[in-house]
Design a protein around this ligand. Structure first.
Ligand SMILES: NC(=O)c1ccc[n+]([C@@H]2O[C@H](COP(=O)([O-])OP(=O)(O)OC[C@H]3O[C@@H](n4cnc5c(N)ncnc54)[C@H](O)[C@@H]3O)[C@@H](O)[C@H]2O)c1
Length: 370
């Protein structure tokens, strides 16, 4: 394996990027050879702890250094598209944090860079790998929900204080009106509706009930919901709320088909629950867990200790595994460039919808972009 080790660099290594180190270190196909961050002191401490030889304050310098084959882009959202494109132009593989970009225009440039590159691009949408999401995806794949026609996803994460510590959030998440951070909610939904994408969105907001410490109104309304029309005509309702005073619930999900229904646990005392006609003619809930033995895909049946320790319900581990495997086997990763656009563009288009008084706005299909 030694000859095939993929040499990784991490941009934003002292922030979220740092949370990739455990899964990379645990992967026999990967090694970390370089770290990049603008916070020099913490970067050096982190490099010493991880025994990483090369450190950089500048992302481009790391990409030009010749010491990496792949890069994790773990910087704030507004850097993802440009830094990813910069890597792809150098044929360096990219695992980018969500979202893929902050405007339709920069997403377009990123897609073109990915098409020109011989390197792989994957967006690190980790929620799709959580055990309950993987199980529901498998049940949907087998047709056990019948014809799917409705889903919900919500990301409810009050972060007014975090906004102040990471000011980029105040600009790019709560500083824009629309569903600015939808991928964790939409990710599992589009796994269930395999082969479909969001063709149009209509976004509405609740108005403003909070102010930042300077007394300014947040540009984003407290709770924004975008109704998504999918290719088949099905509907998905995606809610992003980063401002309402309340406990977190980052993983609310619902799925409805003609033969079954699923509702997530929603974080407090409940358990994920499901009804499938094939198991009970009478509509009644059973715990989703009851179906694990028969239907849970193998990789989640016997997870390694690293997966169980990894953040976001194991998602942080499995996404790295899939990315490394895709590179080694020279195939498209699960959330490649077009799937990344399927998850990112609806949220960007929702900003136009809400600005136009909540009209329906078509979502471009990146597969047609030239
Ligand atoms: N998938 C998830 O579950 C998840 C969880 C948390 C954060 N995120 C995403 O990860 C990204 C980072 O979030 P965060 O909370 O770590 O933010 P952060 O501000 O805490 O950390 C970002 C890091 O990037 C560094 N940085 C900023 N600009 C840089 C540049 N030009 N070059 C090199 N380094 C630079 C900063 O110094 C900092 O260490 C965001 O896009 C966020 O949405 C995803």
């Amino acid at each position: 394996m030694g000859d095939h080790l993929i040499r990784f660099g991490i941009i934003g290594a002292v922030g979220r990027g740092g949370s990739f180190t455990r899964s990379l270190t645990a992967n026999p196909g990967a090694s970390i050879t370089a770290l990049c961050d603008i916070r020099a002191e913490r970067l050096e401490a982190s490099a010493a702890e991880l025994e990483v030889e090369h450190t950089f304050a500048d992302a481009e310098a790391m990409l030009d250094s010749g010491v990496i084959d792949a890069v994790v882009v773990g910087t704030p959202m507004q850097f993802h598209a440009s830094q990813s494109a910069m890597a792809l132009e150098r044929n360096i593989h990219v695992l980018s944090e969500v979202t893929a970009g902050v405007s339709v225009e920069e997403c377009h440039s990123l897609v073109l860079a990915a098409r020109r590159s011989s390197a792989r691009y994957m967006m690190a949408e980790n929620y799709i790998y959580q055990k309950s999401m993987v199980l529901v995806t498998e049940l949907a794949r087998r047709g056990l929900f019948g014809e799917l026609y409705y889903a919900e996803g919500a990301y409810i994460h009050e972060l007014k204080e975090l906004n102040e510590r990471t000011p980029w959030r105040r600009r790019w998440q709560t500083g824009v009106n629309g569903c600015t951070y939808p991928t964790h909610s939409l990710g599992p939904v589009l796994q269930w509706f395999a082969g479909e994408r969001v063709t149009a969105v209509c976004a509405v907001g609740t108005g403003h009930h909070y102010r930042d410490p300077r007394g300014d109104c947040y540009e984003m309304e407290d709770s924004v919901t975008m109704t998504c029309r999918l290719t088949s005509g099905a509907l998905a309702s995606i809610r992003v709320d980063m401002l309402s005073d309340r406990p977190h619930n980052m993983g609310h999900h619902v799925l409805q088909g003609t033969d079954g229904s699923f509702e997530s646990a929603d974080g407090f005392r409940g358990v994920p629950k499901i009804w499938l006609r094939s198991r009970s003619e009478k509509p009644q809930w059973e715990a989703l867990e009851e179906l694990e033995e028969e239907f849970l895909p193998d990789f989640w049946k016997r997870p390694p200790a690293e997966a169980l320790k990894a953040g976001h319900g194991g998602g942080d581990y499995w996404q790295v595994q899939d990315f490394v495997t895709a590179i080694l086997e020279d195939r498209e990763p699960p959330i490649g460039i077009d799937e990344a656009m399927d998850l990112t563009l609806p949220g960007l288009v929702s900003q136009a919808s809400i600005a136009q008084g909540s009209t329906w706005v078509a979502v471009p299909d990146s597969r047609n972009w030239v």
